[in-house]
Every structure is written in structure tokens, then in C-alpha cells.
Design a protein. Structure first.
Length: 184
């Protein structure tokens, strides 16, 4: 079980490739943040630092810890925030208990934050070993496709680069289905 004692803000992030949606709740359930966030290290850092300054310990919770969730988690950890993961099945089950049927980024971010606040046993801690294991599993999975499908290699490399540097990934975005064409 994840110990949430001492957490000043639960920041749920519904992560996306180009941008994320963040929803911050105090332990009492008061909304203190509800905005879209670009997938940019300086902007993420500014939000995390501001919340930390105002509320103390920030717990950043994501719904996808690998690939598109890696940058916010890395920046959050570097800013001194705690990080956790709400597994997909727990997220889906919890979302069914909240009003509204529409699946929006803002609603998902709220559900992530509120579930973390009210039901911390659903959270999974993210350790460096977990991230490394996910990274290696992804690379091994892509490796199996390379010999039979040469266009998969550039796509796999682009996916790997996006985790750590979305600006580099944006440089390669061309809408191609056979891999990136470098447009820097």
C-alpha cells in the first residue's frame, strides 16, 4: 500500500503524446490545479515547482508510466516530487463510479487524482528498476520486428527518443506510417 500521509497535493496526469492534462487535489479534495500541460520539460518543471512551493510534497500519478508518461515522471522525480502509477484496470473500474460517461482528458486526470487521494492502495510505486525493465521490454519487443520489417526500426527509435526528448520527436514527426522523416 502506498503511504499518502504528508502529501500536500495529488496531481493526476492523463498523459498524451503532445500534451497532458493535470488535475491537482489537496488531501481534503479541494481542486488546486486543472490545466492542459505541454509535453515540455521546462513547463512541467514550472508546474511541479510551483505546486511544491505552495503545498509541500506533491504526488504525481500517471496512467501510463512508460513511453509518453516517462518525461513527466522523470521531471517530477527530478523536482523532488513523489511519483506513482494507477494501473489501467484500476483506472477503468474507478472511472465507472464517477458521474459522466464522456471520456475526456480532464475527467481522467481528475479520476486519477481522486482515486490516489481516496484509495491509495490502488497505486503502484514506480522505481527506477520498474522504468528500466519497461524500457528494456519495449526495446526487446521492437527488436523482434526489425528483421522482417525494416521500416519498424526508425519508428521504434522515434518512440524511444520521444520518452526523453519530445522536442526531438517533434522534429521527426511527418505523419508517415513507415517511420519518421527528419524535418529539423
Amino acid at each position: 500500500m502506498y503511504d499518502t500521509g504528508g502529501i500536500g497535493v495529488f496531481l493526476g496526469l492523463d498523459v498524451g503524446k503532445g500534451e497532458h492534462h493535470g488535475h491537482g487535489l489537496t488531501p481534503a479534495g479541494k481542486k488546486v490545479f486543472d490545466k492542459r500541460l505541454p509535453n515540455s520539460e521546462p513547463k512541467l518543471r514550472a508546474v511541479f515547482d510551483k505546486l511544491k512551493t505552495k503545498f509541500g510534497t506533491v504526488l504525481v500519478i500517471v496512467d501510463q508510466p512508460a513511453n509518453i508518461g516517462a518525461l513527466p515522471l522523470t521531471v517530477a522525480r527530478d523536482c523532488g516530487c513523489e511519483v506513482a502509477y494507477l494501473p489501467g484496470l484500476a483506472m477503468r473500474r474507478a472511472a465507472e463510479m464517477y458521474e459522466g460517461e464522456a471520456k475526456t482528458d480532464a475527467r481522467d486526470a481528475f479520476v486519477i487524482a481522486d482515486v490516489a487521494r481516496t484509495n491509495p492502495r490502488t497505486l503502484r510505486q514506480i522505481t527506477v528498476a520498474d522504468e528500466t525493465e519497461a524500457e528494456l521490454a519495449m526495446l526487446v519487443g521492437f527488436d523482434d520486428t526489425w528483421p522482417g520489417s525494416p521500416p519498424a526500426a526508425p519508428t521504434a527509435c522515434a518512440a524511444c527518443s520521444h520518452r526523453s526528448t519530445p522536442a526531438w520527436s517533434a522534429c521527426s514527426a511527418s505523419g508517415s506510417t513507415t517511420g519518421p522523416s527528419w524535418n529539423c
